[in-house]
Design a protein around this ligand. Structure first.
Ligand SMILES: Nc1ncnc2c1ncn2[C@@H]1O[C@H](COP(=O)(O)OP(=O)(O)O)[C@@H](O)[C@H]1O
Ligand SMILES: [Mg+2]
Length: 330
């Protein structure tokens, strides 16, 4: 995280377009805001747009604005979000969801600083720094023809990769303490600390929701706890019992662990005496996932034990819809 922040500080004052990549909850928006605050545009506006949340039909007028009467419902003229970000930073979140037609217009804006409101002929000049983010694999979208290669290269001047929290476990303790102090202050509690058991659980968990999940877990714990220390009982069930699948109410341990989203495929093994009538594919899947789980998600050692190559293992997981990121580092 510190390495990343140094990079942010270095990139911020340049006017470069930045592409921030990472799973949901890893801090992409926080990085975008930091880039803005550390830039010479800090006094200007920071406009955050969730591209994925704008209906396709409204995308163009939301971003670029429209003239009065340019389409049904356009009863007044309106400035778009790009113009609102003039002299500031435009954060385009979930850029991978942008329709191709809008991508063309965005590219034009990036290349010559011009926007054209829907229904207007004359372009307007804007001075906007763009930070874009996505949790998707943009190169795959480019390969599929769903994202323009020229826009991808134009956005990708500087790329910041935010690793999932489970791949930077050293950050867990620091972030947990930070969120604890902040929540204690906000909820007007005295000083709070974690018991060693609670800290051990926090360190061990996989955080599919990344920093956001850790943050929510700590706020939840501070609201629940009665003494001066956060114990295991104050933590959300998923963290307390990491073998339980998220959303499972019972305490029955599931084989896959919270990280294996294909866990429901792991049916209980039929009794030893009974004939095992399951199809080979089901048995295979169970054996592979169980082995992977035993190796705490380490594909290299799991593949070795299974006597197959890592590539073969990944191919199997892909076929079963178990995502690579869900297993890595679990
Ligand atoms: N390094 C960090 N320090 C403190 N809070 C963080 C950090 N990284 C993420 N967060 C917090 O985690 C939550 C999710 O971050 P956000 O930037 O919204 O993630 P994303 O945009 O990748 O989904 C936010 O509340 C954010 O403030
Ligand atoms: Mg976000």
């Amino acid at each position: 995280m510190q390495r990343l922040l140094r990079l942010v500080a270095r990139v911020a004052p340049t006017d470069s377009t930045v592409l921030v990549l990472g799973e949901s909850g890893t801090g992409k928006e926080l990085v975008a805001r930091s880039l803005h605050l550390l830039s010479r545009r800090a006094q200007g506006p920071f406009v955050a747009v969730n591209v994925g949340a704008i209906p396709e039909a409204l995308m163009e007028s939301e971003l670029f604005g429209h003239a009065r009467g340019s389409f049904t419902g356009a009863t007044t003229e309106r400035m778009g979000l790009v113009e609102e970000a003039d002299h500031g930073t435009l954060f385009l979140d979930e850029i991978g969801d942008m329709p191709l037609a809008t991508q063309v217009k965005l590219l034009r804006m990036l290349e010559n600083g011009e926007v054209r409101r829907v229904g207007e002929n004359a372009p307007r000049i804007v001075d906007v720094r763009v930070v874009a983010a996505t949790h998707r694999d943009l190169t795959a979208l480019v390969a599929d023809g769903r994202f323009r290669a020229d826009l991808y290269f134009r956005l990708n001047v500087v790329q910041l990769d935010l690793p999932p929290l489970r791949e930077r476990r050293d950050d867990i303790g620091l972030l947990a303490s930070y969120f604890l102090d902040r929540a204690a202050r906000r909820q007007e509690r005295g000083a709070l600390e974690f018991t060693p058991d609670a800290m051990a659980l926090l360190q061990r968990y996989d955080y599919p929701g990344n920093v956001r999940e850790l943050e929510n877990a700590i706020e939840h714990a501070v609201a629940l706890t009665e003494g001066g220390a956060i114990g295991p009982a104050d933590l959300p069930a998923a963290i307390r019992n990491p073998r339980m699948l998220p959303g499972t109410a019972s305490d029955a341990p599931a084989f896959g662990g919270a990280s294996l989203s294909g866990g429901s495929a792991l049916e209980a093994r039929p009794g030893g005496e009974e004939a095992d009538t399951r199809p080979l594919d089901v048995v295979l899947r169970e054996h592979v996932l169980r082995t992977l789980h035993r190796h705490r998600g380490n594909a290299t050692t799991a593949a070795k034990q299974l006597g197959i190559s890592r590539t073969t293992l990944w191919r199997m997981l892909k076929r079963w819809g178990v995502s690579r990121s869900a297993i890595k580092g679990s």
